[in-house]
Design a protein around this ligand. Structure first.
Ligand SMILES: Cc1cc2nc3c(=O)[nH]c(=O)nc-3n(C[C@H](O)[C@H](O)[C@H](O)COP(=O)(O)OP(=O)(O)OC[C@H]3O[C@@H](n4cnc5c(N)ncnc54)[C@H](O)[C@@H]3O)c2cc1C
Length: 405
C-alpha cells in the first residue's frame, strides 16, 4: 500500500522503484521477512494495465533475461506470470554486416530449454510492481521524492517531502544520474558512447523461431529479439545502436522509410519488416560509481553501474547484485548484527566485484570492437566470431557467460 511519509524507523529504505529497487525489495521480503523494508518512488506505484507505462524502468524497452535471472524470478514465485508474456531465446545468431564470419549458439547444444527469455518492460514491470504492492513485508511510499540524505554512525536519514525516514541501511537505486549519489559526494566515471539506442517493436513477415539476432554494422549493432506473437502477427523487439548525429533523423522518418533503413542494415533474416510501433531513444554512456558501499549505504542498479545495452546485461547483473546483497545479509540478520555495518556491505561488494568487472568489460568492449573500422580490429572481430564457432569449448564458455550460469 502506498502511504504518505511520516517520521519512522525502518530497517531498510530503498530509494527508487525501478527494476533494481523493485527486485531488491522482493528479494529482501522473501529472504529476510523479519526486516522492515520501505520503498520510496517519485512516480505513483500502482498496478498498471498492460497498455500503461508504470515508472521509467518499465517503459517501451524489452529485456533479455538470462537463465540465471529466470531462476531468481522463479524463486520469487514470479515466473508463471512472466512466462506467459516472454519469448524463449532458442538460438543466438551473431554476425557482421558485409562479412562472412558469424556465430550461431543453440540452447539444445548447451542442454538448456532456452538461452534466455525476452519480455517487454511494461509487462515485466507490472508483474514486479504488483508483487511489491501485494507483499505484506514491503511498505511503499509513492509518489514521493527523496530530496536529502544524511548519514550518522547508527542510522541514515532521508528527507521525503516534509517528513523524515530513518533507516539502518539505505539502498540508493535512483538511476544512472543518481542525485543521492551526488549528494553523498560519491564520484562516478561517465564515458559517453556518442550513440543512442533506438528501440521499437516491429512486425516481421516470417516467424523468428526463437532466434535472437545481433548484427554488427559499421554504424553500430542492430539487435532483433524474439517477442511473443500478438493477434497472429510475428513480432520482434528492435534495439538499434545509432551514432548521435543520425538519431534525430531516424526518429522522425516516416514508418516506411524507417523500416527500409532497418531492412538495409539488418537484411532479410525474418523476411520483410511489415510495420513498426512507436520509437524510443536512450542516450548511451558507461557510468560507474567509484564507491558502491559506505557505512549504512549501498548503491544498487544503474546508480552503481550503467552499461551499454548491446550485451543485454544491465538488469541481469542487477538481479545478481540484489541476490548477493540479500544472501550476504542473511547470516547478519540471523545473528542479530547491524545490517548497515560497513564490514558486511564491503563483504557484499567484494563478492560481486569480479562479476561486475567482467560484465561491464564485456558490455564496453563489444560495441567498441565492432564500431572500429581499422583493419587489425576488423580482423580481430572476424577471428572472435570464427573462434567462437570453431574453437573447442569457446561457444560453451560464451553460452555460460551469456546465460549467466
Ligand atoms: C535500450 C536498453 C535496452 C536494455 N536491454 C536490456 C536487456 O535486454 N537485458 C538487461 O538485463 N538489461 C537491459 N537494459 C538495462 C536495464 O534496462 C537497466 O539496467 C535498468 O532499467 C536499470 O534500472 P534501475 O532501477 O537501476 O534504474 P532506473 O530505471 O533509472 O530507475 C530508477 C528509479 O528511481 C526513481 N527515482 C529517482 N530519483 C528518485 C528520488 N529522489 N526519490 C524517489 N525515487 C527516485 C525513478 O523514478 C526510477 O523509477 C537495457 C537498457 C536500455 C537503455
Amino acid at each position: 500500500m502506498s502511504e504518505p511519509a511520516s517520521a519512522c524507523n525502518v530497517d531498510v529504505a530503498i530509494v527508487g522503484g525501478g527494476m533494481a529497487g523493485a527486485a531488491l525489495a522482493l528479494l529482501l521480503a522473501q529472504r529476510l521477512p523479519s526486516l522492515s523494508v520501505t520503498l520510496v518512488e517519485q512516480h505513483a506505484l500502482q498496478p498498471a494495465t498492460d497498455e500503461q507505462l508504470a515508472v521509467p524502468s518499465f517503459d517501451a524497452r524489452s529485456t533479455a533475461l538470462s537463465c540465471s535471472s529466470q531462476r531468481i524470478l522463479a524463486e520469487l514465485g514470479l515466473w508463471p506470470a512472466l512466462a506467459q508474456r516472454a519469448a524463449p531465446i532458442l538460438q543466438v545468431h551473431v554476425s557482421e554486416r558485409s562479412r562472412p564470419a558469424g556465430m550461431l549458439m543453440r540452447a539444445e547444444d548447451n542442454g538448456l530449454p532456452a538461452l534466455g527469455y525476452v519480455i517487454e518492460n511494461r509487462l515485466l514491470g507490472n508483474v514486479l510492481l504488483r508483487a511489491v504492492l501485494e507483499s505484506p513485508h514491503i511498505r511503499t511510499i509513492s509518489p514521493a521524492q527523496v530530496s536529502r540524505i544524511a548519514l550518522s554512525a547508527d542510522s541514515a536519514r532521508l528527507g521525503v517531502g516534509d517528513a523524515q525516514l530513518t533507516a539502518r541501511l539505505v539502498v540508493i537505486a535512483d538511476g544512472a544520474d543518481s542525485p543521492l549519489r551526488q549528494q553523498l559526494g560519491i564520484a562516478a566515471d561517465h564515458i559517453p558512447y556518442d550513440q543512442h539506442a533506438l528501440v521499437a517493436n516491429v512486425v516481421t513477415e516470417l516467424p523468428h523461431a526463437g532466434v535472437a539476432y545481433e548484427r554488427f554494422t559499421d554504424t553500430g549493432p542492430v539487435a532483433l529479439l524474439p517477442l511473443p506473437d500478438h493477434e497472429s502477427r510475428h513480432r520482434a523487439a528492435l534495439v538499434w545502436t545509432v551514432p548521435d548525429e543520425q538519431f534525430d533523423e531516424l526518429m522522425t522518418l516516416p514508418d516506411e522509410a524507417f523500416l527500409a533503413r532497418v531492412q538495409q542494415r539488418f537484411g532479410e533474416r525474418c523476411g520483410r519488416l511489415l510495420a513498426v510501433g512507436s520509437r524510443y531513444g536512450y542516450p548511451l554512456a558507461l557510468v560507474q560509481a567509484r564507491e558502491q558501499v559506505r557505512s549504512r549505504v549501498v548503491l544498487m542498479g544503474s546508480a552503481a553501474h550503467h552499461l551499454h545495452p548491446v550485451a543485454g546485461q544491465g538488469f541481469n547483473l542487477i538481479l545478481r547484485d540484489c541476490l548477493a546483497l540479500a544472501e550476504t545479509l542473511t547470516p547478519v540478520v540471523a545473528a542479530g548484527a547491524d545490517i548497515g555495518d560497513i564490514a558486511h556491505l564491503q563483504q557484499y561488494f567484494s563478492h560481486q566485484q569480479w562479476d561486475q568487472q567482467k560484465t561491464v568489460a564485456a558490455s564496453d568492449w563489444l560495441p567498441r570492437l565492432f564500431s572500429n573500422r581499422d583493419r587489425p580490429q576488423m580482423l580481430l572481430r572476424s577471428a572472435a566470431l570464427l573462434g567462437l564457432d570453431f574453437l573447442p569449448g569457446a561457444r560453451e564458455w560464451f553460452a555460460r557467460e551469456a546465460t549467466g550460469l
